[in-house]
Design a protein around this ligand. Sequence first.
Ligand code: SAM
Length: 230
Amino acid sequence: MKIDIITLFPQMLDSFFNSSIIKRAIDKNLVSVNFINPREFATDKHNTTDDRPFGGGPGMIMKPEPLFLAVESIRTDKSLTILLSPSGLPFKQKDAEKIVSSNEHLIMICGHYEGVDERVIDSIVDIEFSIGDYVLTNGALASAVISDAIIRLIPGVLGAGEKGIKDESFSTGKLDYPQYTKPVKFRNMDVPEILLCGNHELINEWRRKKSIEKTIKNRPDLMSDDKKND
Ligand SMILES: C[S@@+](CC[C@H](N)C(=O)[O-])C[C@H]1O[C@@H](n2cnc3c(N)ncnc32)[C@H](O)[C@@H]1O
């Protein structure tokens, strides 16, 4: 997979893409990530990428010309162009799964200031995604969040950890069950005895129950009525 991120702040993403599992995925050529600065596509001598909103109001809006030219310089028939935006569709695990299985090339446009000229959304954006109900200063962190959720699902990226993907929060429709590691006793808190019994049927049943309890407590919106009665 190839990911092109159009951002005024590529330096915000350097350490993220140069760390841990994401760096290894890039080093193993399982994904390639490029940054494109819309300033390079500005059409005036000051490399302007923003201007005041028509109709008045505070702040600045990203101009259409540099964003159109940046996207047109990389887009192919196989590209999916995403705009990061607080007013986009909520980005979900199922979106990450769908993108990994159907898209070879992602273009992510990061907004800044008050956002982007609406003609960008109308003409060159396939889908707008929000990473949550809050407003960030620009789209760079949102592009990193979405890249991470996608890249870890690319076959080969997690190695042995891949087996666990299907049991993770959201993939099952519920939240993950509680996990413990050594020591068995820590500051008077014990690991639940059932996890030490060696009976995998009983352990799986306990995990299923705990997963439902946690989902009802923290994310009741994820639970359909039939899952609550499980
Ligand atoms: C300050 S925000 C613009 C907020 C916009 N005026 C509004 O009220 O919806 C600047 C940019 O940050 C990015 N951004 C901010 N919050 C985001 C979120 N929750 N999800 C995705 N992108 C976000 C978008 O690219 C956005 O264009």
